[in-house]
Design a binder for this molecule. Structure first.
Ligand code: 48H
Length: 248
């Protein structure tokens, strides 16, 4: 029995991994914006893989607001929530959602659209060709934590989506190693403004590199917004739409 368990796990994992070493889109980060972006790409037949640094998916969602595991969503993003069939309750002019149900609902449907999510893997660099981002460089998160010198592997893609949240990590790598872009850094909390600007900030910021979610506000120097997530979902959807439009 033990041999079959070991063999089954490794063969299945490697099979999936090998199918994803050249894809249309790599998304760095399985937070709300990255997962929603993956869902709409998958739904439109675009081959997409998500690499998530953490053991878990969901980014900042499970923590809700200060560990009260609920999130707030505004009317503008409710069509997305309804599409995923996630439950909600009206609260004043907003909606309150269970953070865990939201993560589960988003993740399940995204995987069912054919998007592979590999957790415990960090994107540490990009592949660059003729002034275009052409893939990512990845490594096991555990090697980073242990500070071991282990050389990485590369994944080739037509687009990379930076959905790494507050740290805007992929754009910072391009800023430092490639040049031509500059990450302004996020500003203090102003929920309405941050939410208003996040969709506008969701853009292709360098050929082949799209920024979404909190990383988009960090890139353009917009405000943070606390535990309101409508903008994250809308931003993830817009990032997918940019790619779908460009691929036509
Ligand atoms: C692989 C990586 C890497 C890497 C990070 O932080 P997230 O939830 O990001 P968003 O933008 O989808 O959502 C932001 C939201 O959660 C939030 O923080 C809000 C609304 N804050 C407002 C406020 O005022 O504080 O998810 C990013 C994910 C995480 O799971 C990271 O582990 C992962 O990306 N990640 N994965 N390679 N280099 N860097």
């Amino acid at each position: 029995m033990e041999k079959i368990i070991t063999e089954g796990i490794i063969k299945s994992y490697l099979n999936d991994f090998l199918k994803n070493i050249e894809v249309d889109v790599v998304i760095a980060g399985a937070g709300p914006s990255g997962i929603v972006c993956g869902y709409y790409l998958g739904k439109n037949g675009i081959k997409t893989v998500i690499f998530e640094r953490h053991l878990k998916v969901g980014g900042g969602m499970p923590g809700g607001g200060m560990m009260f595991n609920r999130i707030i969503v505004q009317e503008e993003a409710m069509d997305i929530i309804k599409e995923f069939k996630i439950k909600y309750k009206k609260y004043e002019k907003y909606y309150v959602l269970d953070a865990i149900e939201t993560i589960s609902g988003l993740t399940y449907r995204t995987i069912r659209e054919g998007v592979k999510i590999f957790n415990l893997i960090s994107v540490e660099d990009v592949v660059i060709r003729e002034n275009r981002v052409n893939g990512v460089v990845i490594n096991w998160t555990s090697t980073q934590i242990a500070k071991f010198h282990v050389d990485p592997l590369a994944i080739i893609s037509k687009y990379v989506v930076d959905a790494t949240g507050h740290d805007c990590e992929i754009c910072k790598v391009v800023e430092k190693k490639v040049g031509g872009i500059s990450v302004k850094g996020e500003r203090s909390m102003w929920a309405e403004k941050g939410e208003r600007e996040i969709v506008e900030n969701t853009k292709e910021v360098y050929p082949g590199l799209i920024v979404c979610g909190m990383a988009a506000n960090a890139f353009f120097g917009s405000e943070r917004m606390g535990a309101v997530f409508g903008g994250m979902f809308l931003s993830g959807k817009k990032a997918a739409e940019i790619i779908i439009e460009n691929k036509k």
